[in-house]
Design a binder for this molecule. Structure first.
Ligand code: UDP
Length: 246
């Protein structure tokens, strides 16, 4: 009898093997961390929200021709995904200045970024996920210049779609982080998750910089009402997907 093996436990998810070596099972945890795991806590229902929101957005992106690792959800907090080798780069797309961009450059919070900014960070907790330059990316030989170009254009394409999607949810997509992977045939697939843990989402038509936050910044900044903000994002995403017939 086959028993799933725990392959890897991260801060927010656990990865298990399945009977099929090309398929993995991801369990989304309620555990929350911030500031490179210096702040730890639990957000009740977060695993379910992040799994459901990610599954819905992946399904929708697939319908638009964007390849993802998503297969299906055997439970509301579990996702079956295609096995990929994760490229150890965090791809951040920004439409509005916030977070580390403001801290590191002095740009004011809320400044519109047009065209959007695409940034690459090394996925390495011990090194503190440093921002990479093109030259450093080439030096590290994590990706080829061509792969990087593909990742960049996929990220910008995803941003265009997601911005429109959240606009229809009356939410501003401030910024978000993507991860990509390569399958056994070297196809580039969107991987990981797209959720309130990995996106900054601001309620439209609310100018108060704390009240408008609908994402993990509520946890990072101790703003309270974290669970209800996550549930609200889930409800709006599901309502929009239903309208789209998904
Ligand atoms: N982000 C993420 N994981 C990380 C770092 C960032 O999901 O390890 C997301 C974050 O939620 C935000 C975007 O990427 O939506 C940009 O984050 P930023 O660089 O501003 O860093 P932060 O302010 O979160 O330290």
């Amino acid at each position: 009898m086959f028993s799933a093996k725990k392959l890897y436990e991260g801060k927010a998810k656990i990865l298990y093997s399945t009977e099929d070596p090309d398929i993995l099972l991801t369990f989304f945890k309620d555990d929350a961390t911030a500031f490179n795991a210096q702040k730890k806590g639990t957000i009740a229902g977060k695993g379910e929200v992040n799994c459901t929101v990610s599954a819905g957005l992946f399904t929708w992106l697939e319908s638009l021709g964007i390849p993802t690792h998503y297969i299906d959800c055997p439970a509301t907090d579990k996702m079956r995904v295609r096995a990929v080798t994760i490229i150890p780069i965090e791809v951040v797309v920004r439409n509005i200045a916030a977070g580390s961009l403001c801290k590191q450059t002095g740009l004011p919070l809320g400044k519109l970024l047009n065209p959007p900014l695409v940034e690459f960070y090394l996925k390495d907790d011990e090194l503190g996920d440093p921002l990479l330059t093109f030259e450093r990316l080439m030096l590290l030989e994590i990706v080829s210049a061509e792969q990087l170009q593909n990742i960049r254009s996929m990220a910008l394409n995803i941003n265009q779609h997601l911005q429109q999607f959240f606009e229809n949810c009356k939410i501003n997509l401030v910024d978000f982080k993507l991860e990509f992977g390569l399958d056994r045939n070297n196809n580039l697939l969107l991987a990981d998750e797209i959720s309130p843990d990995t996106c900054r989402l601001w309620e439209q038509n609310v100018s108060d910089p704390q009240q408008r936050v609908m994402d993990k910044d509520r946890f990072r900044q101790d703003l309270g009402e974290i669970e209800s903000a996550y549930q609200e994002v889930k409800q709006r995403v599901l309502a929009r997907l239903e309208k789209l017939g998904l």
